[in-house]
Design a protein around this ligand. Structure first.
Ligand SMILES: Cc1ncc(COP(=O)(O)O)c(C=O)c1O
Length: 394
């Protein structure tokens, strides 16, 4: 029996041709394909610049580090993070020696609840990291207003969402920076990879430098000295091993850029298929929601949804019974991104201070919704959910 997976990686002809081009030319480090991917990805998200790195986490890390250095924020300053997200969102705040202050999420849409944001702001708050969870944009139209009112920087954690809009604006174009992931099972799948988008040239240059060990921006790529002679060449030679900031080695190769570029033409079709799959699942599971077994995902009227996954919440019991039941039948599940009660954060915050997160920690999980699933896969999810709910106790 085939597994109904939570993610997919499909290889098309264009991906093969581009990977072969990398192998044939021998140009493996940041080069023409990486630049092309940055240019096209930025344009698709209505941004002027995109900076590639080796993961979504690295993009978040360099975005926060760059903002901290440019604004002169101090160690111990605070950053708002939603109470349900992948650990990376909170980890980059800690790695930057800042304090993640959690904001409990909305019980229906699972993003940072606008009503909880203002009470989490203190004189030490410098930034917020709203997360576009499961493929749906956070309520940026309101969060952006709060950020402006309190002078906070905004980093969009868009690692689970690409190509879609909220209130007419693309994800990644709302904040100072938007951070995306190309990890396995994401929307563009290159194995690893991160992309940070921004309109700010100074921020883009700083992030690019931090990705490259903090190197002087005059020489980031091995062809940055091409065509130079005389004074220009001398300038590059004297500065190319000069490091302006304590950076990281977060570079990516042309191979990942080739894989991602080869998928880029198909993004509309991919999002359409995922939206169709989500509608099909919701239709099939609606009777269970009506009977009070389940909470189905909802899409806000002013947002498009990219459906990186399909989240469900059990209303009468915790998630473990149903997750085991589905897994035994070859249907992959994942817990709905627990953050507050992770062992690594013990003592950092009190999980009971975030009741919605606690509820979702116990009851929330997700299944796949991707373009690699066909109707029979979706039917298997729907049928197994009906079987389980009909046999479980009222
Ligand atoms: C919300 C969120 N933020 C950050 C990340 C980190 O991305 P990466 O795995 O590319 O480092 C992920 C990855 O799954 C994520 O879901």
């Amino acid at each position: 029996m085939d597994t109904v997976s939570v993610g997919t990686f499909e290889v098309n002809e264009q991906m093969r041709e581009l990977v072969e081009r990398v192998l044939d030319t021998g140009r493996i480090s940041y080069g023409p394909l990486s630049r092309e991917l940055e240019r096209r990805f930025a344009a698709l998200h209505d941004c002027k610049f995109a900076v590639l790195s080796n993961s979504g986490t690295s993009s978040l890390q360099v975005a926060l580090q760059a903002l901290k250095e440019l604004h002169g924020w101090q160690d111990g300053d605070e950053v708002l993070v939603p109470s349900v997200t992948f650990v990376a969102t909170a980890n980059v705040v800690l790695h930057n020696r800042m304090i993640p202050v959690l904001v409990d999420v909305d019980p229906q849409y699972y993003d940072m609840a606008v009503d909880n944001v203002e009470q989490a702001i203190t004189p030490d708050t410098r930034a917020m990291i709203p997360v576009h969870l499961f493929g749906q944009p956070a309520q940026m139209i309101y969060l952006d207003q709060v950020a402006q009112q309190y002078g906070l920087a905004v980093i969009e954690d868009s690692c689970e969402t690409m190509f879609v809009s909220h209130a007419g604006h693309k994800v990644g174009s709302w904040g100072d920076v938007g951070c995306f992931s190309m990890y396995a099972a994401h929307l563009l799948t290159a194995g690893v990879g991160g992309i940070a988008t921004t309109d700010d040239p100074e921020l883009a240059a700083k992030m690019r430098s931090i990705v490259n060990h903090g190197r002087d921006g005059i020489y980031i790529s091995i062809d940055d000295d091409e065509g130079l002679d005389g004074e220009g060449l001398r300038e590059v030679i004297t500065r190319r091993l000069s490091f302006e900031t304590v950076g990281h080695s977060y570079r990516i190769t042309e191979l990942e850029a080739a894989l991602a570029l080869g998928q880029l033409d198909d993004w509309r079709e991919m999002i359409r298929t995922r939206q169709g799959n989500a509608a099909y699942l919701s239709d099939g599971l609606k009777p269970l929601a009506r009977e009070g077994y389940l909470q189905l995902p909802k899409t806000r009227r002013d947002s498009e949804h990219a459906w990186m996954m399909y989240p469900l919440v059990m209303l009468r019991e915790d998630k473990w019974g149903v997750c085991n039941y589905l897994e035994e039948r070859g249907i992959e599940t994942r817990e709905m991104l627990r953050l507050t009660d992770q062992p690594c954060y013990q003592g950092l915050w009190k999980p009971t201070d975030y009741p919605v997160a606690e509820w979702l920690n116990q009851r929330g999980f997700y299944v796949g919704c991707h373009q690699g699933l066909d109707e029979s896969d979706l039917d298997r999810i729907i049928e197994a959910m009906h079987e389980y709910c009909e046999t479980c106790n009222d």
